[in-house]
Design a protein around this ligand. Structure first.
Ligand SMILES: O=P(O)(O)OP(=O)(O)OP(=O)(O)OC[C@H]1O[C@@H](n2cnc3c(O)ncnc32)[C@H](O)[C@@H]1O
Ligand SMILES: [Mg+2]
Length: 174
């Protein structure tokens, strides 16, 4: 099976390759068609779906996967939120979300001022390319859960749902 992941970010590409080790995995810089920094569950999930759609727009013989990072407000506090979408060969859209953790005020204030999380994290952690490595989730979990680990779980949830609904003749989601 040919799978196209709609990002050049290595944490996302590696997560898809690990969950689909025997499939051909290609990467493509897909459009999310939402803000660079999504601010709700709905917007983040839409970004993931749009990326998956963009991946297969010119490649109907491929499965598209979109992974999108965002933040969401819960009771006035910002949490990390991540969504994944997989559009299979039958055009069925599967979605799943990732773990959420609280972002401290030092992060949420610049985010509310319009700065992207990736940039805020680099200056907070005094590192370059946090988004391509451990991610905010890695920094704020003391390196126990990396951004790739979080996407591995999301892509596993996508694969599992796809197998359940479409890999079995015994079940139907319709
Ligand atoms: O190249 P793409 O696929 O766009 O990868 P990205 O790192 O920009 O990731 P997203 O667009 O999915 O995430 C939206 C924004 O949130 C940032 N972001 C999301 N999760 C992050 C994390 O765990 N650590 C650092 N930045 C994160 C990211 O850098 C963007 O500014
Ligand atoms: Mg981005």
């Amino acid at each position: 099976m040919k799978i196209i992941i709609g990002s050049m970010n290595k944490t996302k590409i590696e997560a898809v390759k690990e969950v689909f080790p025997t499939d051909q995995v290609l990467s493509y810089s897909a459009e999310s068609s939402v803000s660079a920094q999504p601010f709700s569950d709905e917007e983040t999930r839409t970004g993931a779906i749009n990326r998956a759609k963009d991946c297969i727009a010119m490649n109907p013989d491929a499965v598209g996967i979109g992974l999108e990072g965002g933040v969401m407000d819960v009771d006035g506090q910002l949490f990390l939120c991540n969504w994944g979408a997989m559009i299979d060969l039958k055009q069925h859209v599967h979605t799943a979300s990732g773990a959420r953790i609280l972002l401290p005020k030092e992060i949420s204030e610049p985010l509310r001022d319009g700065i992207e999380l990736g940039d805020v994290m680099d200056s907070y952690a005094k590192k370059q390319g946090v988004r391509h490595n451990e991610g905010a989730i890695g920094i704020f979990t003391n390196s126990l859960v990396s951004r790739k680990d979080m996407f591995l779980h999301v892509v596993t949830l996508l694969r599992g749902q796809w197998e359940y609904w479409h890999d079995s003749n015994l079940k139907s989601s319709e």
